[in-house]
Design a protein around this ligand. Structure first.
Ligand code: MN
Length: 236
């Protein structure tokens, strides 16, 4: 009898610690929302008129995930490596074509995340109508804190979100400024995908994005959710 075998060890399951639990949150997909704060959309020269628009998304592979606190080399292929501080929604139940009233059922919890971006490559792709993968979906580009279970937080609708580089404030906003709220995002995204436990949704960044250099330390906080940190080392 031959036993099923793989040619080499399968890729590991990527996961995050969960506050108050010895079990980890296994990550399935990483969805990211583009332009979900008006002031950031403006700084990217792409203002959003919510009455005439829907949210848009890109994905990062689960293998891009890195736990908060890491030190990472400045990535290959860029000279304009940017931070984006974001609230991360962690999905804990299946949902397809859900209503906004089902958000509480789908949300397992929250985390503080960094959508690290090779801005030069993203903007070139945007100008040329090409996919954003080189700018967004690259190794070590999705930084995430531990998951905070939803518990009494419910569906977050407000709370400060902030980021500093070497202790200097760079981003400071409020979750109440999200163009599309968490229930609206889940209702919209689930029109296109069967949301499943383990999916993460990076909900977009406020204004104040900018570059970092080797030696910089990024810190970020979201009220009632937690903090995230990343140190940039020399390029490989
Ligand atoms: Mn982002």
């Amino acid at each position: 009898m031959s036993k099923q075998a793989y040619l080499w060890a399968p890729a590991p399951v990527h996961s995050l610690p969960v506050q108050g639990s010895e079990s980890r949150f296994p990550v399935r997909r990483i969805f990211c929302v583009g332009r979900n704060y008006h002031a950031h959309a403006l700084e990217m020269n792409s203002p959003v008129d919510k009455a005439n628009a829907r949210p848009f998304y890109f994905l990062k592979d689960a293998s891009t995930l890195v736990e908060s606190g890491a030190t990472l080399p400045y990535p290959a292929g860029t000279t304009n490596y940017h931070y984006e501080m974001e609230l991360v929604v962690a999905i804990g139940a299946s949902g397809f074509r859900v209503g906004e009233d089902e958000a509480q059922r789908l949300v397992y919890g929250y985390a503080a995340g960094l959508d690290m971006t090779r801005r030069d490559l993203q903007l070139t792709a945007r100008e040329q109508g090409r996919p954003w993968d080189l700018g967004k979906n690259f190794e070590n580009s999705a930084i995430c804190s531990e998951i905070i279970p939803q518990g009494e937080l419910g569906i977050l609708a407000s709370g400060s979100i902030a980021l500093q580089v070497n202790g200097t404030a760079k981003q400071s906003a409020d979750l109440g400024q999200l163009i599309w709220t968490i229930p609206e995002l889940l209702a919209d995204l689930s029109q296109f995908y069967h949301l499943e436990p383990g999916d993460l949704i990076y909900t977009g960044t406020p204004e104040g994005v900018g570059p970092v250099q080797p030696g910089d330390r990024i810190t970020g906080q979201i009220h009632k959710v937690g903090s995230v940190a990343l140190t940039i080392a020399a390029a490989e």
